[in-house]
Ligand binder design. Structure first.
Ligand code: HEM
Length: 464
């Protein structure tokens, strides 16, 4: 007899579907308070486990990492990944290993990232120019930073600054945003496998015939352009089309990997910059301490550079605190165990979907003192790394499926925040508080754009 983790009663066929409430991270945390850190339930017919403690997360992502390193086979994911010819949602196996190796050895190495630092510096300059042009009294900081992130990531990936490409970053991002929205639709075939082949809602047909063709043809245009021209700074496509030997990717794998980077890299970066700036605007003393640190290390005659980042420990503490409270992917990406496994004393049936609740773990009162308060100082006293070796802080996940873009994200995020606060004194608009309302599910976003006053702090020529 299996010893399953505790959880709500599984009704035949529907399981616990009727008690599920959005937002899922909060719902799973509530289940955790009732049943314990490892909760078992059925979403429709699918065995599902919610992990709400650092100790249980350590077991899933470290001790039994290999057993839980796959992803569930979901209809929408299959379509968006060109039939799992990708990295982010491919099952654990040979394609995933190839994609991961290519990403780790050819794209996200420190030396490769150094060669593209100029692209990121250009984009943060665009960010502060956007803010200056709008300010100083009323600035939509979310819009200004989001636009620069899109431009920056897209330039790093496909080099849209190369005018002969004839594609602009915003419209390219637009087609991925649409695909991202479609991804959020619950596919009944995933919950009730006997419906799978029928595609009763037509979601998979929509992906196949409406959503994916424009993505595929744009990616094909971009790849063809890169094969016949070169750029000053090598972008990701340049690297991918020149791979050879055992690292060479097929045409569809190149498209799948690039699409992953668009989907995984843009929203997460925008959300984390936006939340961090919102917390700083809400906490003027913390903002001022972070600005002082930058002033001391960088001065005011030049803008902060990526090479300055290691000398800014308080800035890093601010970033960690923001990611602790507001992980952009609060449930990571779903994990999956193809074979039966265990977590602690409990049996986990084969083919379960595992949600690691990074949101709840980051707010766990048994780990964090004053868990709901924004206190960056806690990370000056306690060195907790973001790379998943401390399982109480998991914004990037951990183990084999940890974020592939971590090194790039941890350049873009601190650089963007540091440049904005070095260049501007930010304050809430008179009489208004920062609205921290968020919609959270698979991914989190603040509901309202961050409106602030932004008074320049540096000489005019630095904003040009
Ligand atoms: C602050 C920004 C970011 C955060 C918080 C973040 C967070 C995450 C998380 C939580 C996962 C899932 C880990 C798991 O399932 O265990 C993930 C996976 C991934 N991320 Fe990120 N990410 C960020 C930025 C980026 C960027 C900039 C890129 C690339 C351009 C990227 C590419 C990926 C990919 C490809 C995966 C799938 C890895 C796999 O399944 O093997 N991410 N990320």
């Amino acid at each position: 007899r299996l010893k399953l983790p505790p959880g709500p009663f599984p009704w035949p066929i529907v399981g616990s579907l009727f008690i599920v409430k959005e937002p899922l991270p909060i719902f799973f945390a509530e289940l955790g308070r009732k049943y314990g850190p490892v909760v078992y339930f059925k979403l429709g017919m699918v065995p599902t486990v919610a992990i709400n403690s650092a100790a249980a997360a350590r077991e899933v992502l470290k001790s039994r990492d290999l057993e839980f390193a796959s992803r569930p086979d979901l209809g929408n994911l299959r379509q968006i990944s060109f039939d799992y010819n990708d990295l982010g949602v491919a099952p654990y196996g040979e394609t995933w290993k190839l994609m991961r190796r290519v990403s780790a050895t050819h794209l996200f190495t420190p030396s490769k990232l150094n060669t593209t630092a100029s692209v990121r510096h250009r984009e943060v300059k665009a960010m502060i120019k956007n803010i200056l042009d709008e300010g100083p009294e009323v600035v939509d900081l979310t819009a200004a930073t989001n636009a620069a992130v899109v431009q920056g990531v897209v330039n790093l990936l496909v080099g849209t600054d190369d005018k002969s490409l004839g594609i602009d970053a915003r419209s390219l991002n637009g087609i991925f945003e649409k695909a991202g929205e479609e991804l959020l639709n619950v596919n009944l075939g995933d919950l009730f496998p006997f419906l799978r082949r029928l595609d009763v809602q037509g979601l998979e047909r929509k992906f196949k015939y409406v959503v994916m063709p424009p993505i595929k043809s744009l990616m094909e245009k971009i790849i063809a352009h890169h094969k016949s021209s070169s750029r000053e700074v090598e972008d990701f496509v340049d690297v991918l089309v020149n791979l050879n030997g055992e690292d060479a990717l097929t045409h569809i794998q190149t498209i799948g990997l690039l699409s992953d980077f668009f989907i995984a890299g843009i929203n997460t970066s925008q959300t984390s910059i936006d939340f961090t700036l919102a917390e700083l605007v809400r906490h003027p003393a913390i903002l001022s301490r972070a600005q002082k640190e930058i002033d001391q290390v960088v001065g005011s005659s030049r803008l902060v550079q990526e090479s300055d980042l290691p000398s800014l420990p308080y800035l890093h503490a601010v970033i960690k605190e923001s990611l602790r409270l507001h992980p952009p992917l609060p449930l990571l990406l779903p994990h999956h165990n193809p074979a039966a496994s265990k977590i602690g004393e409990y049996d986990i049936p084969a083919k379960s979907t595992i949600f690691v609740n990074a949101w709840a773990i980051g707010r766990d009162p048994s780990t964090w003192d004053r868990p709901l308060e924004f206190v960056p100082e806690r990370f000056l006293e306690r060195d907790v790394k973001l790379t998943g070796d401390d399982f109480s802080l998991l914004p990037f996940g951990a183990g084999r499926r940890t974020c592939a873009g971590y090194l790039m994200a941890m350049r873009m995020l601190p650089l963007s925040v540091a440049t904005v606060i070095q260049a501007f004194d930010l304050a809430t608009l008179e009489g208004r508080e920062v609205d921290m309302g968020e919609s959270t599910g698979g991914a989190t976003r603040r509901n309202k754009n961050l409106m602030v006053s932004a008074t320049p702090r540096l000489a005019k020529e630095l904003y040009a």
